[in-house]
Ligand binder design. Structure first.
Ligand SMILES: *[C@@H]1O[C@H](CO)[C@@H](O)[C@H](O)[C@H]1NC(C)=O
Ligand SMILES: *[C@@H]1O[C@H](CO)[C@@H](O)[C@H](O)[C@H]1NC(C)=O
Ligand SMILES: *[C@@H]1O[C@H](CO)[C@@H](O)[C@H](O)[C@H]1NC(C)=O
Length: 418
C-alpha cells in the first residue's frame, strides 16, 4: 500500500516534465519508497558543545522540554579552564540544555573569549549546550552496591579494575507533561566490562526524570533510579536502542537491540503505566502482543524483522513525511565516511522499509559514530538537524567533536494521506 501511494506521487511528478515511463519493477522496490534529503552534501551548520566539557555521543529528547532541547551524553571529560589538553577522567554520562529560536537551533558565533578554539575553529557557528550537568555521572551509580564509584568515574583507584558502565544510548522519553513540569523516563543498560570483557548478559535500569519548569534554566531534570533490573539479565534492554512516545495511541514504544545487533525487540506500555512491568507487552512476528517477556534468544517469536537493525539512530514521527521515521548510522566503520540511513513505517511496530543511505558525512579520524536526529529543534518539519560524533586531530591528538548538520527533506519525501 505504501509502495502504491509513493508510486502515484512519483508518476505525478514525472508527468509534469516527460511522458510517464513504462512502469518497471524497480519503481516498486521497497528501497525506492524511502524519503531523501534535498541537500545531502550540505556542510555542517555548527559544532554543538558545552565549552567546559569534552564528550561524545550526545542524543536529545525528540520533543522540547519546557521549550528547550534536553541532551544526554556518554563519556564526558570535565575541562580545566575550557582547555582541551586538561581533561578529567571520563564520567559515563552527562546532561545539558540547548536553546531553540523560531528559526530552529539557536546557533551563535563562537565568543572570542571561549576556550576549545582548536575545536571550534573549523565551524562558522556553535550550538551552545549549557547547564549544571557535569558534577558527576548524570545517571547515578548505585552507591555501596556493585557499580563502584558513585561519581561514574570508573577508572578511579577505588574501582579495583571493575568497570560497570551506565551508557545512555538513546534519549529520555517524555511520558507526561502535567502543568508546570515534564516527566521523562530513560532505560540504561548496566554493562559490565570488567577486565575488558563486555558481558552481554546485562540488566537494564529504569530511571525517572522530572523537570520543574520554574527551576533555574541551568538546573538539570532530577533523575531517580526506579529499578536497577527493570528488564532483567537476558531480556532486551527495551528503550535503549530507541523509542517513541506516541500520544496518538497512548503508548510508549521501546526498541531494544541485542548487543551484537543480531536482533531488535519491541515492547510497548500505556504512557501512564511505564513504572509497572506487568503493563508491558511485547511484539511478536505474527503481529500480536504478548505479556510474556521474551529473552534475546527467543527469536522465533519476538522479532520484528523489519525494524532497522543498524547502528545508533533515532526513532520519531515526522509530520512532514507523514510517517514514523528512523534516522541513524549504517555501515559502522566505513572508510568513506559516516553513513546516514533512513527507514519509515506507518506504525511504530512496522513494517519498516529497508534502510536506505541518504547522506555520507566526514568520518573523523578514524571513524565517526552516534548519528542522532533532533526533530524537536526545527519548527518546520521539512528540516531535520542531525548530529554525530567525529574525532578532530589537534597536534596529533584526537579529540571528540559533535558536528551538527541541517538537512531538508526533498519535496517528494512527503507521503500522501492514506
Ligand atoms: C537560553 O535561553 C534562555 C531563556 O531565553 C536565556 O536566558 C539563556 O541565556 C539562553 N542560553 C544560552 C546559552 O543561549
Ligand atoms: C562484573 O564482572 C566482574 C568480573 O566478572 C564480577 O566480579 C562483578 O561482580 C560483576 N559486577 C556486576 C555488577 O555485574
Ligand atoms: C543466548 O544464547 C547464547 C548463545 O547460545 C548464550 O550464550 C546466552 O547465554 C543466551 N542468553 C539467554 C538470555 O538465554
Amino acid at each position: 500500500m505504501i509502495a502504491l501511494i509513493r508510486l502515484v506521487i512519483a508518476f505525478g511528478a514525472t508527468a509534469l516534465t516527460a511522458a510517464a515511463p513504462t512502469p518497471s519493477l524497480e519503481l516498486v522496490s521497497r528501497s525506492y519508497i524511502n524519503p531523501d534529503f534535498a541537500n545531502p552534501s550540505v556542510g555542517p551548520a555548527a559544532i554543538s558543545l558545552d565549552p567546559n566539557l569534552m564528550r561524545d555521543s550526545c542524543v536529545s529528547t525528540t520533543q522540547l522540554v519546557d521549550g528547550r532541547v534536553f541532551w544526554i551524553c556518554r563519556d564526558t571529560q570535565i575541562l580545566t579552564e575550557q582547555d582541551i589538553t586538561r581533561a578529567s577522567f571520563p564520567i559515563r554520562s552527562s546532561a545539558s540544555w540547548s536553546n531553540v529560536t523560531i528559526l530552529g537551533a539557536d546557533l551563535q558565533n563562537v565568543p572570542p573569549s571561549q576556550g576549545q578554539q582548536q575545536l571550534t575553529a573549523p565551524f562558522s557557528k556553535q550550538l551552545l549546550q549549557y547547564g549544571n550537568g557535569h558534577n558527576g555521572a548524570y545517571f547515578p551509580y548505585v552507591q555501596n552496591g556493585d557499580e563502584c564509584s558513585a561519581d561514574g568515574n570508573q577508572y578511579g583507584s577505588s574501582c579495583e579494575g571493575a568497570q560497570v558502565v551506565l551508557y545512555p544510548n538513546a534519549p529520555a522519553y517524555v511520558v507526561n507533561s502535567p502543568s508546570g513540569a515534564t516527566f521523562m523516563t530513560a532505560f540504561i543498560p548496566v554493562v559490565n566490562s570488567t577486565n575488558g570483557y563486555i558481558n552481554p548478559n546485562f540488566q537494564c535500569s529504569l530511571y525517572f526524570l522530572t523537570y520543574n519548569h520554574n527551576a533555574d534554566p541551568n538546573v538539570m531534570p532530577t533523575v531517580n533510579l526506579i529499578n536497577e533490573g527493570f528488564f532483567p539479565r537476558g531480556a532486551y534492554c527495551y528503550g535503549a536502542y530507541g523509542g517513541i512516545s506516541n500520544p496518538s495511541d497512548g503508548y510508549l514504544y521501546l526498541y531494544g537491540q541485542e548487543l551484537s545487533a543480531r536482533s531488535v525487540g519491541l515492547a510497548r506500555v500505556p504512557l501512564g503505566s511505564y513504572l509497572d512491568i506487568s503493563k508491558y507487552t511485547y511484539y511478536r512476528t505474527d503481529g500480536t502482543w504478548t505479556s510474556t517477556q521474551p529473552t534475546i534468544n527467543t527469536t522465533s517469536t519476538n522479532l520484528i524483522a523489519s525494524v532497522p537493525n543498524e547502528g545508533q539512530g533515532t526513532f520519531f514521527y515526522s509530520t512532514y513525511i507523514g510517517r514514523y521515521v528512523w534516522v541513524g548510522q549504517t555501515h559502522i566503520g566505513a572508510s568513506d565516511g559516516v553513513h546516514v540511513g533512513v527507514s519509515t513505517s506507518q506504525n511504530p511496530y512496522g513494517p519498516w522499509t529497508t534502510v536506505q543511505d541518504i547522506a555520507v558525512l566526514p568520518h573523523g579520524n578514524p571513524y565517526g559514530y552516534t548519528v542522532a536526529a533532533h526533530p524537536e529543534m526545527s519548527q518546520n518539519s521539512q528540516f531535520l538537524y542531525v548530529s554525530y560524533t567525529a574525532y578532530q586531530q589537534v597536534n596529533g591528538v584526537s579529540y571528540y567533536t559533535m558536528p551538527l548538520y541541517l538537512f531538508q527533506w526533498s519535496d517528494s519525501s512527503k507521503f500522501g494521506s492514506n
